[in-house]
Write a protein that binds this ligand. Sequence first.
Ligand SMILES: Cc1cc2nc3c(=O)[nH]c(=O)nc-3n(C[C@H](O)[C@H](O)[C@H](O)COP(=O)(O)O)c2cc1C
Length: 385
Amino acid sequence: MTIDFYWRLPTHGCHSSLRHGGYDRGDWSPLGTHNVAPGLDRQGRDDGFRYIDHLAEIARAAESAGFIGGLIPSFPNTDDPWVISPLLARATRTFRFMIAFQPGFLNPVHAARLSASLQRATGGRTVFNIITGGGGPAQLWWGDSFSHDDRYGRTTEFLDVFKGVWKGEGFTYDGRFYQVRDGGLSPLLSAEDLPEIWFSGSSDAALQSAAKHADHYLSWLEPFDQLTDKFARVKERTAALGGEQKCAVRVDLVARATEEEAWRDIKLGFENVDEARRRQSRGGPTDSVGAARQQALRPSEARRYEDLIVAPNLWGGFNLLRGGPALGIVGSYEQCAARLDELIARGADAFILAGTPHLEEAYRVGEEVLPLLGREAPALLRAAE
Ligand SMILES: Cc1cc2nc3c(=O)[nH]c(=O)nc-3n(C[C@H](O)[C@H](O)[C@H](O)COP(=O)(O)O)c2cc1C
C-alpha cells in the first residue's frame, strides 16, 4: 500500500519558530527586525519579493523532500488557493496543489471548467480539499447564511453537477440548489482527469456527503481511538453505497533528534503565549462539529505545557502557538514515525503534515521522519505505553 504525504503551505504567513508568536515570515505582521520575508527592505521600501516567492520556496523544498503535494488552506485571512496554485505550478515539477474551497461560493459548471483548464495547464496536478464552512460570523463574512445541513446539501449537489458536467455533453440536473440543461464540458476539457477529491468535516452531514463523493475523507488529528471510530464510520457509510473510502489525517509535528529537545521547543512556545491569547484560542461561535471536537480537547485551565499532553507524544496546545487545530505530535524522529505508523495501522491512508517554520521543517520531516516509517513502530509504541 502506498501512503501519500502532503505538506501544508502556509497561505497566511509563517512563524520563523514556534517559540515566539509573530507571523514573521510574510507581510501579515508589521515590518520588524525578525521579519525575513515581508516584501519590504529594512528601510521599508518594496524589495520586489512577494509572499508567493516564499511559498514557492516551501513548495520546492517539500517536493524535493518527498512530499507529493501541498494543502493550500482557505480562510478569510489567506490568499486565495485558486490563484496561488497555478503560480506555484510554474515553480515546481510534479508537486500537486490541494485547493481548499467552499463549493457553495462557486458555480459548479464554472468550477468544473476552471479545474479542467488547470488540469490541462499543470499536467493533472489539481487536488481538492472540499470544505463546507464552520458557520457563525465567519460564514457570514463570506456572505453565506445557509444553515449547517443546507450547506452540506449544497456541497453534495455541487459535486453531483461538477462530476456530471465533467463526463461530457448532454448533462441535465434538476436539484434543489442547481439546475443544468444539456450541459457538459467540451471534449478537450472533459478528457482531463477529474481532480482527486479530499473532503473535510466531522458532522453526520459531512460523513454522508463524503461517502458519496470523496476519494479521501480528511480529518484533523484527534485522540487515536476517536479518530479510529470516525474512520470506521465513514468507511462503513461508503461501503453501504458500494464504494471504498480512503482516510487521511492532517498532523502538525515537532520532530527533533531527541524527545527532550522536542518538548523544550513546546515549553518555550507555551511560555511565550500571553493570557489574552490563551482565552481567545478557546474559539468563537461556530456550528462546526469538527471545531467543537477540537475545542473539547482544550482544558479551560492550562498553566503548564504538560497540562495539555493528551497521550504519549500527543500535545493539545498547537492552536495556542499558531492558530488552527489543537492536537499535534511531539517527539524524537523515531517516536514521530512510530505515531504515524500507528495511525496507518488504525486506517490512515494518507497524511497532510506540517511543521514550523514550513520551509526548514519540510526538509527535516522529509529527511528524518519519513524514512523511518514502517521500521521502529512496534518496539517504540510498547515502550511508550
Ligand atoms: C484537515 C481540515 C482542513 C480544513 N481546512 C479548512 C480551510 O482551509 N478553510 C475552512 O474554512 N475550513 C476548513 N476546515 C473546516 C471544515 O471543512 C468544515 O468546514 C468544518 O469542519 C465544519 O464542518 P463539520 O461541522 O462537518 O465539522 C478544515 C477541516 C479539516 C478537518
